[in-house]
Design a protein around this ligand. Structure first.
Ligand SMILES: *Cc1c(COP(=O)(O)O)cnc(C)c1O
Length: 400
């Protein structure tokens, strides 16, 4: 086993600036390191383990599937995949699902659907409207769609076929509609995740839906981070009256087993046919065994209502605890996507939190981002808020 006090071996490509700690096991809302130190998990592997660590039913389903059959390929029927697809369609009102292994791949499928849809309407150069500040993945198409230069720098030439608009700006999309006849779709996150938990104004998705309807564009939502109960509904769009044409999800769907999904409806659901897209691993027996349990647990146990309630509880406690702290710019969230934005960069808090036995994340340099388990107790939620507030209070520099 790797000793975390040694340098990370050069045999691992240094694509991540890793925090020098390694966990050896997890249970519920906690992970433990090799010294037995316990950490309250306010990140869940970036919105992945929404049901908490070592969830007994997920673990059991994985173990049983592993000793039965792991993989056969999509050249044959996979009953668990068929069940999972039906369940996701029932929950979302979408018509069909393509399974893959990650969020980037789920977005790749949305982009391919938009291009096929464009060509089906005799548009030779189909374009997709994407938003500044968005994050859609690290593949060439999804990093091009991403609205963050840091993600793109060095990887030019980027792909053609994307048009950018500021996030939460309906008028700029109207302008694009008036001037660019090659647009066939909009791809946006219902809430910016990596961009710093940016919640758009009420009516944003409705307005985009209206533009898409008027111009026969597809409304495509990246719910990789916001999906699977995170915001208190299965998908974030379900807080609105909007029905999208395409939805990408991943992260929380397998509670730690890699799986992604692209859901489509109406015309968009007719685009990907035999031979046009595929994935060796996508939707295999193992991934679907885990995801079926996740979907059942999320929809049957009141877990999503609880996530909404816990989110409100955390926001209220943060507002109380940090009232008058002049470092704090804004406290915001939806369900258990919770953010405390400061007036100054605070990436150092991540390491200070680890020392204090807490896992948090900082997005966009100044936004403390919490993505805790949907299954937390009230006490764990309160402890998390108090921990984070203490860390903010203890920041060096000007006293609040
Ligand atoms: C994490 C994320 C992705 C990329 O998912 P990967 O599984 O890392 O490829 C895409 N979109 C959003 C909104 C995300 O949060």
């Amino acid at each position: 086993m790797a000793d975390v006090y040694e340098e990370i071996p050069q045999s691992v490509m240094p694509t991540y600036a890793r925090i020098p700690v390694a966990f050896v096991r997890g249970e519920g809302s906690y992970v433990y390191d090799s010294n037995g130190k316990r950490y309250l998990d306010g990140l869940t592997g970036i919105a992945v383990c929404g049901l908490g660590h070592a969830h007994p039913k997920v673990a059991d389903a994985i173990a049983r599937q592993a000793s039965t059959l792991l993989h056969t390929s999509n050249l044959y029927r996979i009953p668990g995949q068929e069940r999972l697809a039906s369940r996701l369609c029932e929950i979302s009102g979408m018509d069909n699902v393509f399974f893959c292994n990650s969020g980037a791949e789920a977005n790749e499928a949305t982009i391919k659907i938009a291009r096929l849809y464009g060509h089906s309407r005799n548009c030779a150069m189909p374009h997709i409207v994407v938003a500044d500040g968005s994050f859609h993945g690290r593949t060439m198409a999804t990093l091009t769609a991403t609205g963050n230069r840091k993600v793109q720098a060095g990887f030019e030439p980027l792909l053609a076929g994307f048009v950018r608009a500021p996030y939460n700006d309906v008028e700029s999309v109207e302008k694009i509609a008036a001037n660019n006849k090659n647009v066939v779709a909009v791809l946006v996150e219902p809430i910016l995740g990596e961009g710093g938990i940016v919640i758009p104004d009420d009516g944003y998705l409705e307005a985009l839906r209206g533009i898409c309807d008027r111009h026969d564009w597809l409304l495509m939502l990246d719910e990789v981070q916001t999906g699977n109960g995170r915001t208190g509904k299965y998908f974030a769009f379900q807080h609105t009256s909007v029905m999208p044409d395409v939805v990408a999800t991943a992260k929380g769907l397998g509670n730690g087993v890699p799986i992604g999904a692209c859901l489509a409806r109406g015309e968009a659901a007719k685009m990907l046919l035999a031979g046009t897209h595929g994935s060796t691993f996508g939707g295999n027996f193992l991934a679907c065994a885990a995801a079926n349990v996740v979907v059942d647990e999320l929809t049957e146990g009141g877990v999503m209502d609880r996530a909404a309630e816990l989110g409100e509880r955390m926001l209220a406690r943060f507002r109380d605890r940090l009232a008058g702290n002049n470092r704090v710019k804004e406290i915001r969230g939806k369900g258990l996507l919770v953010a405390v934005e400061l007036n100054e960069p605070c990436t150092d808090l991540v390491g200070a939190a680890v020392d204090a036995g807490l896992l948090i994340n900082v997005a966009a340099d100044t936004v403390i981002r919490l993505l805790p388990p949907l299954t937390m107790s009230d006490d764990e939620a309160d402890a998390m808020v108090d921990h984070v507030a203490d860390l903010i209070d203890a920041m060096p520099g000007q006293t609040p």
